[in-house]
Design a protein around this ligand. Structure first.
Ligand code: PEP
Ligand code: MN
Length: 370
């Protein structure tokens, strides 16, 4: 357990807030018109309470759109005045924090890159001491739950008790269907470390593409998360950042109508939600397992090509024996039975040989043609 005690519920942050909290808005504030039009369309449905917008954009490479800066904060004040939506922005250093306070931004969030750096987090925590601003901490780029909890603890120690975590997935070291690997089990682990901590899901950055946003949002709700942060732009086709993952306000409205919001108040529902939580872990692990198997087969094919070029046979007994003995040893040390590991390896090996045979046959028949 952590020292994260007396954390305020999201519904206590401001009057009129409820859970699950829906936050929507563009990846970046780009112009006054873009901000105002998007905010007006989002506010019209009445389902969204908080308008998000990046003012300073932490881009991986310099030269990409890096945000409009201070000017954008005036547009957010106008959003608040005109639509009544609360506002949320990302801050990464004390200058951002000062400006957020000066322009009275309602909610601050810490981006994934910043959470990864305890020096920056400490600087921000010291700076926000004494202000009653809600702070949402995105998970760090790597699936390191201690780094995530550590950042939350630094803010908490500085007296911030309107705290939430934002689950936005983790950097995939290999190409995957989604932009970020959700690794739901990490968010679940965080929840089991601090039961009172609200967790909001950011399906947009997990998905990287509008196609998967509904599925991820539903999963987050089924796991009992306390809110969703969904990137929304009045015209994503001209967005200056993350254009593939932003919904239009209309699409957002449809999505929110289609999602099933379950309440977990009765005992039975509690049971279902615990079961769902555990099943969430299994789903996430299975997805990673299949992705790893697919990566293994890709490497197997590469080896097939290489062997074919060098005219080497597919089956090399010594290698196979070594695989079997090392994996048996490892598997057993991980608590798996010998019988299970053997069957699994044989299955994987059979598929690998088949893949290599196909690759080699293809290469030989194309050689014959010339
Ligand atoms: C964002 O919310 O636009 C953003 C930059 O997110 P992250 O820190 O999760 O990459
Ligand atoms: Mn974004």
């Amino acid at each position: 357990m952590t020292k994260l005690k007396n954390i305020s519920k999201i519904s206590k942050w401001f009057d009129g807030l409820n859970e699950p909290l829906i936050i929507a808005g563009p990846c970046s504030a780009e112009s006054e018109e873009q901000v105002m039009q998007t905010a007006r369309e989002i506010a019209a449905s009445g389902k969204v309470k908080v308008f998000r917008s990046g003012i300073w954009k932490p881009r991986t490479r310099p030269g990409n759109f890096e945000g409009v800066g201070e000017e954008g904060l005036q547009w957010l004040q106008q959003v608040k005045k005109e639509t009544g939506l609360l506002t949320a922005i990302e801050i990464a250093n004390s200058e951002h924090a000062d400006l957020a306070i000066k322009y009275d931004v309602d909610i601050l969030w810490i981006g994934a890159r910043t959470t990864s750096n305890p020096f920056s987090i400490q600087e921000l925590a010291d700076h926000l001491k004494g202000y009653d601003k809600p702070v949402m901490v995105k998970n760090p780029i790597n699936p390191d739950v201690s780094l995530w909890v550590g950042a939350l603890e630094r803010f908490h120690k500085a007296g911030v008790n309107k705290l939430a975590a934002v689950h936005r997935g983790f950097y995939p070291f290999e190409p995957t269907t989604l932009r970020n690997i959700p690794k739901w089990e990490v968010a679940i682990e965080l929840k089991s470390m601090c039961h009172d901590l609200p967790i909001i899901c950011d399906p947009s950055h997990i998905a990287g593409n509008t196609e998967y946003i509904e599925e991820i949002s539903q999963k987050a709700l089924d796991l009992n998360m306390d809110g969703l942060m969904i990137e929304t732009h009045y015209n994503p086709t001209v967005a200056l950042s993350d254009m593939n993952q932003q919904l239009t306000p209309n699409e957002l409205d449809t999505l929110l109508d289609e999602l099933i919001f379950r309440r977990t108040t009765t005992k039975d529902e509690d049971f279902t939600s615990i079961l769902e939580t555990m099943r969430g872990k299994i789903d996430s692990i299975d997805q990673q397992m299949l992705e790893l198997l697919s990566q293994r087969m890709n490497v197997v094919e590469e080896i097939g090509k290489y062997k074919s070029k060098n005219e080497v046979t597919i089956l090399q007994l010594r290698r196979w024996e070594k695989i079997m003995s090392t994996r048996l040893k490892l598997g057993k040390s991980l608590g798996l039975t010998e019988d299970f590991i053997k069957k699994l390896l044989q299955l994987v090996h059979k598929e690998s040989i088949q893949r290599q045979t196909e690759v080699m046959n293809k290469l030989t028949s194309s050689k014959k043609k010339y």
